[in-house]
Design a protein around this ligand. Structure first.
Ligand SMILES: C[S@@+](CC[C@H](N)C(=O)[O-])C[C@H]1O[C@@H](n2cnc3c(N)ncnc32)[C@H](O)[C@@H]1O
Length: 345
């Protein structure tokens, strides 16, 4: 490793400051619909004055927002005085169905996590928590938007890659979604596999209420249901072909995790599988600086006052073992998550 210089260290801090401002630039552009309008303008682009006029905003401020967006590489300014979205920013910032859609994560960071972080000094003194569920209805909705882009990929591709699962899904598998949130993943699974039925459980009343609304508004309401119970309260036995936990394991209170895992194992039929997509925390100091763990380290920092503890690979394996589940797949996904599959033999 090369010796750090004062200039390099200062550059590191300036990079972080730029990132902070860029996050707010993206959040306000998303909130005010500016990225969406630039996407509509397409290749022709749009002047900052026209953008301001169509969004009914103060033109000089929108002009600075456009110039700053060009500086950040989010927009492409042209010699014709018009701005366009930079390559792929339509997918990343506007297209809600794209798995790479990042705008909701930026919004959650700027509008909710930012507020939590401001209060951290108080929590550091008190050791108190402000749980996921305490954040309320809008926060739960934003989290549902954040995970939505990935649901299609999980529902159509990833779970079908579990050995023998495609046949079961086609034949009419029963699916248990632990920590179902607002129900997005179950709706996508039921739509992708017309013979399946899904049951979702969650401790968050805001999630269950919105899941009920979303399910009722979907075309699969006869095959998807929710129960307002924690994973630790699952009472089913040998009924489900597949259990899913998307961004859930690290959110389950550490003291009830063994109980949840045992309840899931009990609910699975023999040969049934548990599919997990979640962060894996570094097990040592070297891994803390390994970019493969960036998202896990960030999640642990952002969510510690929610009471969340991101499990290490060792902790994940101990949970499987304690529940009599056999890990059959472990794969890094998109530089963010670990995909885990464990089966009940
Ligand atoms: C990040 S959200 C993910 C929601 C959903 N899986 C999705 O893809 O949008 C984590 C969810 O886990 C839920 N959760 C936390 N502890 C739980 C428990 N013990 N049992 C069931 N759900 C739990 C939270 O209430 C929250 O809805």
């Amino acid at each position: 490793m090369t010796e750090p210089t004062p200039e390099a260290q200062s550059g590191l801090l300036w990079t972080y400051l730029k990132g902070y401002h860029a996050v707010h630039h993206i959040a306000m552009g998303t909130e005010m619909g500016l990225f969406g309008k630039l996407q509509e303008a397409g290749e022709a682009g749009c002047s900052s004055a026209d953008l301001a006029s169509s969004a009914e905003l103060h033109a000089p401020y929108v002009d600075v927002w456009c110039r700053t967006g060009h500086h950040y590489g989010l927009l492409e300014g042209g010699d014709d005085g018009r701005y366009r979205l930079a390559p792929f920013m339509d997918k990343l910032l506007v297209d809600a169905a794209d798995p790479r859609h990042l705008a909701p994560y930026v919004m959650t960071t700027a509008r909710f996590v930012g507020k939590d972080l401001e209060d951290y000094p108080n929590y550091f003194k008190s050791g108190g928590t402000y749980s996921f569920q305490d954040h309320g209805h809008d926060f739960t909705r934003h989290i549902g938007d954040t995970t939505a882009g990935f649901h299609n990929v999980v529902a159509r591709r990833m779970i079908a890659g579990i050995p023998d699962m495609k046949d079961r899904l086609e034949a009419g598998a029963l699916v248990l979604d632990v920590g179902c949130g607002v129900g997005g993943l179950m709706i996508k699974i039921a739509q992708a596999w017309p013979n399946t039925s899904c049951l979702g459980v969650d401790t968050d009343p805001h999630g269950i209420e919105q899941a009920q609304t979303n399910i009722a508004a979907s075309d699969v309401s006869d095959r998807v249901a929710v129960e307002h119970i924690g994973g630790e309260g699952i009472g089913h036995e040998a009924e489900f072909d597949l259990a899913t936990m998307f961004e859930v394991l690290h959110e389950i209170a550490a003291e009830v995790r063994p109980q949840v895992m045992q309840g899931v194992a009990k609910a699975l039929k023999p040969g049934g599988a548990l599919f997990i997509l979640d962060e894996t925390y570094p097990s040592n100091l070297d891994q803390l600086r390994d970019p493969a763990f960036d998202f896990a380290v960030q999640t642990q920092f952002n969510e510690m006052i929610w009471g969340n503890i991101v499990p290490t690979v060792e902790e994940q394996r101990e949970l499987f073992q304690g529940a009599g589940l056999k890990e059959i797949a472990r794969e890094p996904i998109g530089g963010l998550f670990t995909m885990l599959v464990a089966v009940k033999e």
